[in-house]
Design a protein around this ligand. Sequence first.
Ligand code: TRP
Ligand code: SF4
Length: 401
Amino acid sequence: MQLGKTVLIKSKEIYVLRLICLLKLVIKVAEELRIDPWGTSYIKDYNRLMREFGIKPITKELLEELPSVHRLLRRRVIFGHRDLERIIEAIKTDSEYVVMTGIKPSGPFHLGSKLTAEEFIYFLNLFPKAFGYYAIADLEAYADNKIPLEESYKIAIDNLADLLALGLDPKRVYVYRQSEEMRVLRLAFIFSRGVTYNTLEAIYGDKPFGLYFSALVQAGDILAPQLPENGGPKPTIVPVGADQDPHIRLTRDLAQRFHSDFGFILPAATYHLLLRDLTGQEKMSKRNPMGILYLCEDLKLAKKKVFNAFTGGRATAREQRELGGEPDKCVIFRELLTVHFVEDDRKLKELYQECRAGNILCGECKARAWEIISEWLRRHREKKEKTRDLAAQLLQEHTLT
Ligand code: TRP
Ligand code: SF4
């Protein structure tokens, strides 16, 4: 009898232990997959990300449907999307759509900010009936980085000048600061009725309430263009980095939940890869000053950063001539030339092959890259000189008095 009882207890204990192990595993998988938009800038496995969260890959067939294809799409730097078909459909049926994105004004424009800006401009210029909304996320900059609103206002003007210099047509966009935009804030408040702490915790983990609130404000940013005051429901495309997907998921969920009140159409999104910094670090950090290239920084310093960048070069010149370099690992080739500075596919392919064949060494290659990059930076700076006043004016117009 006695023996039988212990065995029984033991098997019960084992059962509980197993259950705990299983639970731990489930939690671990969930945490591993969780993207933190205020922390993560590294994603290990994009395929897994797409599978788990239902992001679709950018396919050749899809690209064939677009009137023009941006290099970021061609090169799959923009690797995935949700509902991009809705935008293609709008173009086919000659109807309007909205391009919506935002930026946290926490510092001057760098290569990362340039990506989203270019995507925004591309989707806007793709079709004459598209209209842009651009959010300056000053509330998020306060919640996340404690940047006072007066300070982020100055940064925002500078950011906007970059955006205009990159080719944004000021007549086709509404630029606003979150802290000044009543329609967005009201919507965020309305959405707060539809979310519980548990939902937010499941998406973002345990965070200060300011960050949860800025997530709701971002949902407000994305859906406000569909309010009756802004012309009612319409397809919307949100180009962002992959780290922003939690916000997109939350927003799409809210769009569904509040569909009966507002008739929202689920917003579409495109996602770009999170890129390495110049030194090859996966996690971009302001604490690594040699890692980030600002669009308007001193050319001498920019040159130093480019020449210091991580390459796919071999240990010795001889080895490199024999084996060739590794352009797929190289920041100069990938992050700088492929992602940002070489438009021409043929030229890019030539550079690739030259490196692989060992016909060029990194020193010479960097010097060549610097020529292209410095030319771009110089031109950008010139253009920006002329857009500063307009940038200040645009933001001032949209300030509540
Ligand atoms: N959270 C975004 C960032 O950190 C900025 C942002 C605010 C945004 N509102 C948005 C992005 C709306 C896309 C759409 O960069
Ligand atoms: Fe990179 Fe150029 Fe060196 Fe090749 S030769 S590894 S592309 S820097």
